[in-house]
Write a protein that binds this ligand. Structure first.
Ligand code: SF4
Length: 438
């Protein structure tokens, strides 16, 4: 059952006077269970829609959609499928107590994997879901494989009932579905021989596995389930060597790298990050694979078109991982092009602890702390990834509050260019403007 949240103007739904709160029951006799049914079953231009108005009136619409006219219905958010696993390395297990409740929700939803690129383990996928994925051709899917050997995966996901992922992937691949896979590596659990077998199994699926990302386990000071060995520089180096052997093989045999180490893996191993060409189309950038190379490319390609900001003093707040030489190299380019002086302000993560170094996981309190008393700056850029769609940081502080209390302007930025391209340094990224956050 799905419900209408909003009706857009100049759409089929507005012409039919469908109102928010209406329950959409079926299309052409097919029951509507969720947004996927809605999206796929309303692809036709001629359809019969059965619905129930908020006052209980039963409605039947016979629709002939004019070419190009959208249905114009925004649905209420789907009920997210919960995760049945209890992974040793789960980020949610590593969250401190007392944060807002949605942060503790473990989703594992193949529908969101297709729609938004969220990784899903497919552990809760039943035969009817497989049939649905095949019918609607939900491809590519983003799959958290972690390990293909059955026994190793049960241990990793801490779930004795986990299905055999290779059986699932093979069935889906036979039906034309493709995948981007990830494996979070916990030393002693799924590295070494297990990883070698996992690479071999995924590689055997041919073109169906478009890419595979290898991500070192990340633990916060609150992680309490961990039973393996910690990831250190030597282990990260061994892992990277294994990744590179498979990269070379894939390049030789398939013409693309197929497997990528995450940025964090290179940093842990003390290795220089590859340049942007290494990552092709940056297919796993949301997974921290190639993010730094992408930012470097953005800056070097966009810097020449920036306006001058001579004499302006700009602070750039970042996390420990990106701070130091990597950030300095970017800021030098920006300084040369704009005439502004830049200062990197590196913040440690007070909520998750010093082992959590990503800029995107900084919280409002960290930003407040490192900028306290910095009235010598004209403006401070903060990582836009730290703010969610409701304008909140992970510690529930709101960006509006922080900005209101700050003695200097605070501007969220994804890539510097989004802010520095405006003459007066006042414009925030369009994504945040659209949400009314900045
Ligand atoms: S699959 Fe594992 S890591 Fe992902 S939400 Fe579930 S328990 Fe956490």
């Amino acid at each position: 059952m799905i419900k209408v949240a909003r009706v857009l103007p100049e759409s089929v739904a507005s012409e039919l006077e469908i109102v928010p709160g209406t329950t959409l029951r079926s299309v052409n006799g097919r029951k509507l269970d969720d947004f996927l049914d809605w999206e796929f079953l309303t692809a036709d231009d001629e359809l019969v829609l059965e619905a129930t108005a908020p006052d209980g009136e039963e409605l039947v619409f016979e629709i002939e959609r004019p070419e190009g006219m959208p249905m114009g219905i925004v649905l209420e958010p789907p009920r997210v499928r919960r995760c049945a696993n209890k992974c040793e390395f789960c980020f949610i297990e590593g969250l401190p107590a007392g944060l807002r409740s949605p942060l503790y929700v473990r989703d594992d939803d193949y529908r969101l994997s297709f729609a938004y690129g969220n990784f899903a383990t497919l552990s809760n996928v039943k035969d009817r879901d497989i049939a649905r994925i095949l019918e609607y051709r939900l491809s590519p899917l983003y799959v958290s494989v972690h390990a293909t050997p059955f026994e190793a995966r049960k241990i990793l996901l801490n779930n004795p009932k986990v299905p055999d992922v290779m059986r699932q992937l093979t069935q889906l691949a036979d039906g034309g579905i493709q995948f981007h896979c990830q494996m979070v590596i916990v030393p002693g659990l799924n590295d070494g021989e297990i990883l070698e077998q996992s690479f071999a199994d995924l590689y055997s699926l041919g073109e169906s596995v478009i890419s595979t990302a290898i991500v070192p386990v990340g633990l916060t000071q609150f992680s309490h389930l961990y039973t393996g060995k910690s990831m250190n520089s030597a282990r990260a180096g061994e892992l990277l060597a294994q990744v590179e052997r498979w990269e070379e093989r894939a390049l030789r045999e398939r013409g693309d790298r197929w497997v990528f180490g995450s940025d964090e893996l290179y940093l842990l191993a003390g290795r220089a990050l590859p340049d942007a060409d290494h990552y092709g189309d940056f297919v796993q950038i949301e997974n921290g694979v190639g993010s730094v190379a992408h930012l470097r490319r953005r800056v070097s390609e966009g810097v020449s078109s920036l306006p001058r900001h001579d004499g302006r003093r700009i602070g750039v707040v970042t996390g420990v991982a990106m701070g130091g030489a990597m950030m300095a190299e970017l800021l030098e380019q920006l300084e040369a092009a704009t005439g502004a002086s830049f200062e990197q302000i590196v913040a440690e993560n007070s909520l998750f602890g010093p082992t959590t170094t990503a800029a995107g996981l900084l919280v409002g309190a960290d930003i407040t702390r490192v900028l306290a008393g910095r009235t010598d700056l004209d403006v401070a850029l903060i990582p836009a990834e730290t703010i969610n769609d409701d304008g909140l940081f992970l510690d529930d502080l709101s960006f509006a509050t922080l900005r209101g209390e700050s003695p200097i302007p605070l501007i969220p930025s994804y890539d510097f260019l989004d802010v520095l391209s405006s003459e007066d340094l006042s414009s925030a990224p369009p994504q945040l403007q659209a949400l009314g956050i900045a």
